[in-house]
Structure formats: C-alpha cells, structure tokens
Design a protein around this ligand. Structure first.
Ligand code: HEC
Ligand code: HEC
Length: 347
C-alpha cells in the first residue's frame, strides 16, 4: 500500500533522488492529498530511519561493554567471522590486516580500513548476523560493536562504549579517506561565458584511465585519422608486395626516407607515447606527422625554436600545443628527441 511519508523522511528520499528543489516548491506533502494512504507513524519512520552518521547522529540511547560483547559475538558471529575476527573459511575477516593496504592483496578489515566507528554500529545493526539481519537489540549491537573494536585493538578491555563517545573513537585509517585533491575534479560549473568546447582538448592520455572512446580501438591515433590509417595500410601492403617481387619501393612512387639521426631515432618512442595522439592525424590543428608541406614553414623557424615551443607550449594560428604535449613528466631532452623525430620524418 502507498503511504505518504513524514516530511523528514520524504526530504531524505527526495534529496537522494536529487529532487531537493522540487521539495521547496511543493512544500510538505499532506496526508490524503491524493485521497490514498495514511500518514506514517513515528514508529514506522523510526523503523526505516536507522542510518548513523560519523558524528554519531542517529545513534540510539545505550552503552555496551567488551565483556558482554564477547559472549554475544561468540554466539552470533564467530561461526562465520572466527573467534578473533580472523574469518572462518572464506567469510570476511573483521580484525587485523594493519599495514597491508599497500600490498597487492590488502586485508581490509574494520581496523585496517574503515574510516569511522559509526559505520560499524550501523552495519551490524542493519545487516548482521548475515542470516538474521535486524534481529539484535540496540543494546546487543553496542556490546558487539565494542567487542569488534576491542578485537582490532582500538579500545581497551574495560572501555564502555556509549552513544556519546562512539563518534570520538579515532579509527586508524581515517586519514586515508580524503576529498580528492586532483584539479580536474574541482572544476566549477560554468553557466555563461564558458570556454569554447571546440578549444577543449585532451592534453595527455593515460592508458586504461583516460576515456578514449572516440579514438579508434587499438590505435594511438584518434578516429579522425582513420582514412590516414587505411592509406598507411595500403602503403604497407604495396611495400610488402614489392619486397616479395624484389622490387624497390621507389619504383612504385613511394618515398624512401633518409636514415634518421641518432637523436631522432631515440625520439620515436616518446613521439608514439606522447605526441602521436595529436600529431599522428593533425588533431586539434597540429602539424601532421609526415606532411612535408605543413611542416616546411615550421621547420624554417629552426630547431631551437621548435624545441622551445614544444617544451614551453605554443599557441599559433592553427591551435594550442600544450607544454610537452601535456606530459609534464617528460624531460626536456625527451621532447627535443621527439621533435627531431617529427621534423626528420616530415621533410
Ligand atoms: C552466516 C555467516 C555470518 C554470520 C553469522 C555473521 N556474518 Fe558478518 N558477514 C557475513 C558476510 C557474508 C559478510 C559480507 C556481506 C557483504 O559483503 O555483503 C559479512 C560482513 C560483515 C562485516 C563487514 C566486513 C567488511 O569489512 O566489509 C561486519 C563488520 C560483520 N559482518 C559483522 C558481523 C557481526 C558482528 C556478526 C554477529 C552479530 C556477524 N557479522 C555475523 C557473514 C556472517
Ligand atoms: C593535444 C594535442 C597535442 C599533443 C599531444 C602534442 N602536440 Fe605538438 N602541437 C599541437 C598543436 C595544435 C600544434 C600547432 C600549434 C599552432 O601552430 O597553432 C602543435 C605544434 C607542435 C610543434 C610546432 C611548434 C611550432 O613552433 O610551430 C612541435 C615541434 C610540436 N608540436 C611538438 C610536439 C611534441 C614533441 C609532442 C609530444 C611530446 C607534441 N607536440 C604533442 C598539438 C599537440
């Protein structure tokens, strides 16, 4: 049956749905507005409204002891989680695992991983024992929570856990939970005079991390270069056939490149990893690798200028060359080698 909810709970559900604004507009829903349902009683709401916040808000009245918790834990929890929280068989481990978080297979437990003690109370009350969730009294949950904290050496044996001191318990791993400081997640929402989307570009990609869905699968080059790739494939095929026949490429009108200098050869891998994503196809107005016509006027500037522009970044007539192609981890020398590789291959 559909029941209209008390305003607090309604607000919570609306907020969860991102509809907070709608609430302010429509005001509190009235029981009977649609002629159906009945107003939820405080008892009914209390049954649902059981979340506990890190600051302790939501905790029921009560207190618990390690001693009482030990007996209850052995009765209700130990069959799965082990007498000392070590975990029976493949059931979850609840204690220990300190200093394993940086290992390849960390042991994440209440003590080694969880940031807040409030979560422990909330979780046990909400979900455990696994086969009979919500069967424990609030009092029993206090006792068992105290015992699990004791198993993790977070509180002493004689500690009395209360509604008032639970939030003050400092969990060992709390500090490793923090607001993500990376600049890309701090971008402010823009409603007017925003950047021209055409000028936005990926300034560097990390394999397996940067979304490159719009790039051709398996290729470092963007989708725009698909035709260029086809041409390249056809060219390779020509070379292969010519080689089979013992002919030289020149006979087919291909351009046999002069051997690259040592510096240019060293720059190939940097180019492939950091520059090709744009220069491979001419993406965002970059001079396309191998295109002698577009490179000629640039090469006239001289190597030192080109290298400086590649290191420091450069905004010219056709687009924006980000400093080091967005790969600040590259050394100046690596960039110089990549420029040499690009220039020598584009003459
Ligand atoms: C029948 C086996 C079983 C019993 C009994 C049991 N649990 Fe669990 N417990 C589980 C399973 C399975 C999970 C993992 C549930 C999941 O991830 O959805 C779990 C998860 C937990 C976790 C979270 C572990 C983590 O790091 O994610 C805690 C804390 C916990 N149980 C405490 C208890 C307590 C306290 C009791 C006794 C009141 C208890 N459990 C009884 C099976 C059990
Ligand atoms: C995000 C795309 C992008 C990446 C990645 C990129 N470039 Fe560029 N690059 C450009 C664009 C766009 C230009 C043309 C700027 C203009 O002239 O308007 C350019 C121009 C250049 C030029 C010519 C500068 C000049 O003075 O004419 C050089 C040299 C160059 N890039 C080297 C590199 C090297 C080396 C790398 C890799 C380490 C790299 N680029 C990575 C976009 C990129």
């Amino acid at each position: 049956m559909f029941r209209s909810l008390d305003s607090k709970l309604l607000k919570k559900s609306l907020l969860a749905l991102g509809l907070g604004a709608a609430l302010t507009l429509t005001g509190t829903a009235q029981a009977g507005q649609y002629g159906i349902g009945a107003k939820a009683t405080p008892e009914e709401i209390a049954g649902w409204d059981i979340d506990i916040r890190p600051d302790g808000k939501g905790l029921p009245a009560g207190e618990g002891t390690v001693e009482a918790g030990e007996a209850l834990y052995e009765q209700f929890c130990a069959t799965c989680h082990g007498l000392f929280g070590e975990g029976e068989g493949r059931w979850p481990v609840l204690a220990g695992g300190q200093d394993t978080l940086t290992e390849e297979r960390p042991t994440k437990t209440v003590g080694s991983y969880w940031p807040y003690a409030s979560t422990l109370y909330d979780y046990i009350r909400r979900a455990m024992p696994f086969t009979a969730p919500r069967s424990l009294s609030d009092q029993q949950v206090y006792d068992i929570t105290a015992y699990v904290l004791y198993l993790n050496e977070i509180i002493e044996e004689d500690f009395v856990l209360t509604k008032d001191n639970l939030a003050s318990i400092k969990m060992p791993n709390e500090e490793n939970f923090f607001v993500d400081p990376r600049p890309d997640v701090k971008n402010k929402r823009c409603m007017k005079n925003c950047a021209d989307p055409k000028k936005l570009q990926i300034a560097g990609t990390l394999r397996g991390i940067t979304p490159v869905g719009h790039f051709v699968e398996g290729a470092d080059a963007p989708a725009a270069s698909h035709d260029a790739q086809m041409e390249q494939e056809q060219h390779k095929e020509k070379v292969r056939k010519a080689t089979l026949k013992g002919e030289t490429l020149a006979a087919h009108g291909g351009s046999a490149k002069a051997a690259l200098s040592e510096m240019a050869t060293a720059g190939k891998s940097t180019y492939d990893g950091a520059c090709k994503v744009c220069h491979g196809s001419g993406l965002t107005g970059s001079p396309k690798f191998g295109d002698a016509d577009v490179w000629a006027p640039r090469i006239q500037k001289g190597m030192p200028t080109l290298v400086q522009n590649a290191i420091k970044g450069f905004t010219g007539d056709t687009g924006v060359m980000p400093p080091k192609g967005g790969r600040v981890d590259l050394s100046d020398k690596q960039v110089e080698e990549a420029v040499a590789y690009m220039v020598e291959s584009s003459q």
